[in-house]
Design a protein around this ligand. Structure first.
Ligand code: AMP
Length: 183
């Protein structure tokens, strides 16, 4: 099962992905987690990523595409994966397609968590991550609408999109996601 989870910052992608990975026995691949680890250990990528992340901006597509190209080639991804935080631009989605077709693979479903904006801001303010300061949050939401939201239509046109309400308890949302993948 090759899955993507989409949603605005604060939609609950990371929380739900960590649960879904158990249900499908596939690795949860979060670009945000990979980048935060690189920032922590001060790798060359981490040093570059830090500037973009603290400004609430996306890293350039080529950097992320290279990172994911390597990650998806690792052995644990050969039987499926759940992508969280990638793709985040149409350019990244096209690059992902190329990577997958080159390996005779395809995306099975794109799960889209829908959450009202005021709930997103409330959740992000409650979460004390380094890039969860109020002005950075606003910037990340702006960037989401401008650069990532077009992916909803991109995957809808291909018949891959499964939109689910991302409000309620964590368990309720997980159930909705599991049902939407099974249908
Ligand atoms: P996340 O944990 O997915 O919200 O990601 C945190 C930050 O990492 C984002 O605000 C971006 O600065 C950076 N980032 C994560 N994934 C990507 C991506 N696919 N493309 C560009 N930047 C990314």
């Amino acid at each position: 099962m090759n899955l993507i989870i989409l949603g605005a910052p604060g939609a609950g992608k990371g929380t739900q992905a960590a649960l879904l990975k158990e249900s499908f026995s596939i690795p949860h691949i979060s670009t945000g987690d990979m980048l935060r680890a690189a920032v922590e250990t001060q790798t060359p990528l981490g040093k570059k990523a830090d500037e973009y992340m603290s400004a609430g901006q996306l890293l350039p597509d080529d950097l992320i595409v290279d990172l994911m190209g390597e990650r998806l080639n690792e052995s644990d991804c050969q039987k499926g994966f759940l992508l969280d935080g990638f793709p985040r631009t149409v350019g990244q989605a096209i690059a992902l397609d190329k990577m997958l077709t080159g390996n005779q693979k395809e995306i099975d479903a794109v799960l889209n968590l829908e959450v009202p904006e005021e709930v997103l801001v409330e959740r992000l303010l409650a979460r004390k991550r380094a890039d969860d300061q109020e002005d950075t949050i606003r910037e990340r939401l702006k960037v989401y609408h401008a650069q990532t939201a077009p992916l909803v239509e991109f995957y809808e046109k291909r018949g891959l999109l499964k939109s689910v309400a991302g409000v309620g308890t964590i368990e309720e949302i997980t159930q909705r996601l599991l049902e939407s993948v099974r249908n």
